[in-house]
Design a protein around this ligand. Structure first.
Ligand SMILES: Cc1cc2nc3c(=O)[nH]c(=O)nc-3n(C[C@H](O)[C@H](O)[C@H](O)COP(=O)(O)OP(=O)(O)OC[C@H]3O[C@@H](n4cnc5c(N)ncnc54)[C@H](O)[C@@H]3O)c2cc1C
Length: 251
């Protein structure tokens, strides 16, 4: 039995190898210029899966890449020949409206987190793009919506669960493992695999509809955009009601 076959048998998620029909899709990241071929991609389903992969890679002396949302422009979520620890199956989200907090898995992206918290008229500083991963974003600091009121995403991080390079599963916060917590808040992804993140939430909304406009770059388009469009109006509930703003450019 090969080592990777043994790893596959220990995971409750999936291990994708180059012979697998889903391999090309699994190694693809947001930046289409990145074309790296890992030895295997471990789609982890649990914290135990992550710890198993970390231990496996350490023992086999393999390069590791960690994938949250796959949006890193340099393609750091995927490596050549090594093991990708892919958290994209770890999508659990748990909102506590009374404490105004949310805990979410390391594979959650901002659109998923915002949808879950917005049901309670709550949100935190998150990405401008809905498919950016909450983990990579927050570990790098995280500039986004609401930052002028509430700070960066990392300022709203209350705690995180982390699998360290030596395989320990730690809860980190201001009071527990506070030096690691300090490093996670903006220090990037080199301090362990973050399997879940807990954020402070703030009252927002309800936002009934928000639409951004995208203009054609074709010449001759701009003069058709001069007519003022209806602006979003304050909704009686305190949220915002927006109208679909739509521009069609002919010719
Ligand atoms: C279209 C687009 C829009 C963006 N908009 C913004 C923006 O508005 N504001 C902003 O601040 N940034 C923005 N970014 C940058 C983005 O926040 C970073 O690229 C971030 O790393 C993406 O997070 P991810 O989880 O998708 O990363 P991935 O590509 O999955 O991972 C990148 C790296 O982050 C680390 N990492 C990811 N997940 C984990 C984890 N669970 N545990 C440990 N390490 C991990 C690893 O080092 C990994 O190699 C944007 C990027 C793109 C492509």
């Amino acid at each position: 039995m090969s080592d990777l076959t043994k790893l596959r048998a220990r995971l409750s998620g999936h291990l994708v190898e180059p012979t697998d029909p889903t391999y090309d899709e699994a190694r693809r990241v947001w930046n289409g210029m990145i074309d790296r071929r890992p030895a295997a991609i471990a789609r982890c389903a649990t914290v135990t899966d992550v710890a198993t992969c970390v231990e496996f890679a350490r023992t086999a002396d393999m390069v590791v890449a960690i994938r949250g949302g796959g949006h890193n422009i340099a393609g750091n979520a995927v490596c050549d020949e090594g093991l990708v620890i892919d958290l994209s199956l770890m999508k659990q989200i748990s909102v506590d409206p009374a404490r105004r907090t949310v805990r979410a898995g390391g594979g959650v992206v901002w659109g998923e987190l915002d949808a879950a918290t917005q049901r309670h008229d709550l949100a935190t500083t998150g990405g401008l793009m809905s498919r950016t991963g909450i983990a990579g974003f927050t570990l790098g600091g995280g500039l986004g919506n609401r930052m002028r009121s509430y700070g960066l995403a990392c300022d709203n991080l209350l705690s995180a669960e982390v699998v360290t390079a030596d395989g320990r599963e730690l809860l980190v916060s201001r009071v527990e493992n506070s030096d690691l917590f300090w490093a996670l808040r903006g220090g990037g992804g080199n301090f362990g695999v973050v399997t879940s993140l807990e954020f402070q939430l703030h009252p927002v909304g309800p936002v009934l509809l928000a639409v951004s406009r995208v203009y054609s770059q074709r010449s001759g388009c701009s003069h058709r955009l001069r007519k003022p469009r209806p602006r979003p109006r304050r909704h009686p509930t305190g949220g915002h009601a927006g109208g679909l703003q739509w521009t069609r450019c002919r010719g």
